[in-house]
Design a protein around this ligand. Structure first.
Ligand code: GTP
Ligand code: MG
Length: 365
């Protein structure tokens, strides 16, 4: 049995984690959590970490003992410098809580890149966890809507760079902007994005922890995540009307199923495919042939096949050789940082000019 740790940091990370816990409670009804424990497809420990107690209180499916408050007002107000300081000051406590959960074979860290708490804790946690545990650390980084403002963009730029510098096993991107199409309003977009991300993580965990007909494992996952620039995303496809397993596999590379905009054929470095479904849908020869064909375009493709009741479902997980969308984010972030710096300088100058009027004067009473 694999031992897995999932950490959800900051509001966004907490909520994706809550969604994972929700899925794991299954369909036992709303009150299942009061008398049962989550049914994970492996031994999974989860911790929601946040500086804002209200965010933690707002979670619905995460057990009270799995909510860790790092006291600081009500969040760090998107200020990553304060976030880093809070992490360092509370490091022993945070790592102590993690340590109580035992040892791990695989660790996930989930965070938004745009906020203050999660985005500053994540790189530092990668550093600490790599020291302490001999387990792959995979980060799920949620990118903001592009119109969230200057601070969101600059946080994203610095958070991602720091994450990569800490050398986690890999970074999987989930892009709110790209996934906005799922829903009209922001709240339901969040819910859908969180749920779809949660299901994919659980799908991956289930596969890694199961007897597979064709086997892919943690070692393969590490190899895939270290491909290209170490940054990638996930795709998914569920067959609805008896499509062939080949179409399902190819479907999992299509833009409609990805969590971040990428052209897997042009930009993919390495991939892992997990194919699950009723035995009658799983034509092993066709799977092998399709994956071999894909391997000639995307450097290396690992495959796992899991026999389970139901239509065929395919999860694809891959790393990229180049990430043009990130290039765009960084160039916009640089522009907004320059504009902000210019504005601040101008306001400071104006204020100094105002003060200059009374430079040689004293108040008279
Ligand atoms: N997908 C998704 N994104 C979210 C959710 N909640 C917030 N976000 C995104 O997360 C970013 C804001 O970061 P938060 O996670 O709220 O920030 P935080 O880590 O709590 O940091 P502070 O509040 O500044 O202490 C924005 O880009 C939001 O669009 C959510 O439930 N799902
Ligand atoms: Mg917050």
């Amino acid at each position: 049995m694999l031992n897995i740790l999932i950490l959800g940091l900051g509001q966004c990370g907490n909520r994706v984690l809550d969604s994972i816990n929700h899925e794991a409670f299954g369909s036992n009804g709303t009150f299942a959590k009061y008398y049962s424990r989550q049914k994970f497809p492996a031994s999974v420990k989860t911790i929601a970490i946040n500086t804002a107690i209200n965010d933690l209180k707002g979670l619905r499916d995460t057990l009270a003992e799995d909510r860790l408050h790092v006291p600081h007002l009500h969040g760090v107000g998107a200020n990553r410098n304060i976030g880093k300081k809070m992490f360092e000051e509370n490091k022993e406590m945070i790592l102590g809580e993690i340590d109580k959960r035992g040892s791990f074979d695989l660790i996930f860290i989930i965070t938004s890149t745009a906020g203050g708490s999660g985005s500053s804790f994540a790189p530092l946690l990668v550093r600490e966890l790599k020291h302490t545990y001999n387990a792959p650390v995979v980060c799920l980084a949620v990118l903001p809507f592009r119109d969230e403002g200057a601070i969101s963009l600059q946080n994203t730029a610095f958070c991602l760079r720091e994450l990569v510098e800490m050398k986690p096993t890999g970074v999987l991107l989930v892009d709110n902007q790209y996934l906005k199409k799922y829903a009209g309003d922001i709240k339901s977009a969040y819910d859908k994005i969180n749920a779809t991300t949660a299901r994919r993580i659980l799908f991956l965990i289930e596969a890694l922890n199961s007897e597979m007909l064709m086997v892919t494992d943690l070692g393969d996952l590490k190899t895939v995540m270290s491909g290209g620039v170490g940054i990638g995303t996930m795709g998914f496809y569920e067959s609805t009307n008896g499509t062939t397993v080949k179409s399902s596999i190819l479907g999992s590379f299509k833009p409609s199923g990805l969590l971040f905009p990428a052209n897997v054929y042009d930009e993919g470095a390495r991939a892992m495919l997990i194919i699950k479904g009723d035995k009658k849908y799983l034509d092993l020869d066709m799977i092998t042939k399709t994956v071999d064909e894909l391997s000639s375009e995307v450097g290396q493709v690992f495959k796992g096949v899991l026999v389970k009741k139901g239509p065929s479902k395919v999860l694809s997980l891959f790393t990229l050789n180049s990430v043009p969308e990130l290039e765009r984010i960084y160039s916009t972030a640089a522009d907004v940082i320059r504009v902000e710096a210019g504005k601040r300088e101008a306001s400071q100058r104006q204020l100094n000019d105002a003060f200059a009027h009374i430079e040689d004067l004293e108040p008279i009473y």
